[in-house]
Design a protein around this ligand. Structure first.
Ligand code: HEC
Length: 162
């Protein structure tokens, strides 16, 4: 290949390659910044929690089918009265314990609701606020239960056979 030809072929490629190389470092830099940010616990976001909204979700998403609050609900799982759940101050502990009931929950949801209940982070935060707020729990009554949930409780919920 003559020098002139060589330059014609590789010069533009060289400039292009350099541009690519520069572009490639940008996401790398921001990825390392993101990693540094993850190491800073003060950047963990805890959502605002709304116990009143949590009260509605507790009924509507079916927790109440298996757990009582203020003597309303079923007794397949332990009562979630704020006064008698000692883990309630630690959300991680709370959801770790809830995970142990996952088999029963998923079975019930598929069998009695016909679908698997979906939660956003905000939904879980609000439910968590409700289960540790005795004031919000005192006003929890049968009147808070949507009809389809009341029906499942009245008909006897499906629980997995061991
Ligand atoms: C179909 C029944 C069922 C439904 C519905 C259900 N749970 Fe449970 N849950 C259980 C059972 C059973 C356990 C006990 C599991 C174990 O410890 O073996 C449990 C355990 C828990 C625990 C741990 C309690 C403790 O003191 O250790 C929490 C917290 C919990 N569930 C929260 C919820 C929430 C919140 C919902 C609604 C989103 C929900 N559960 C819906 C059956 C259910």
């Amino acid at each position: 290949m003559k020098l002139a030809d060589h330059n014609r072929v590789f010069r533009p490629l060289g400039a292009f390659g350099l541009t690519l190389a520069i572009l490639a470092t940008i996401p790398l830099l921001s990825a390392s910044e993101a990693l540094a940010a993850q190491d800073d616990p003060s950047l963990i976001e805890v959502p605002q929690m709304d116990a009143e909204r949590g009260k509605d979700l507790f009924a509507e998403r079916g927790c109440v089918v298996c757990h009582t609050v203020n003597n309303v609900g079923g007794d397949i799982g332990p009562s979630l009265d704020a006064s008698n759940i000692e883990q309630s101050r630690n959300p991680f502990e709370f959801f770790a314990r809830m995970w142990r009931g996952a088999d029963a929950m998923l079975h019930l949801q598929r069998a009695d609701l016909g679908y698997q209940v979906d939660f956003s982070g905000q939904d879980l935060a609000d439910i968590y606020a409700f289960v540790q707020n005795s004031e919000a729990q005192e006003s929890f009554t049968e009147a808070n239960l949507p009809d389809h949930i009341k029906e499942i409780i009245d008909n006897g919920p499906s629980i997995p056979k061991n």
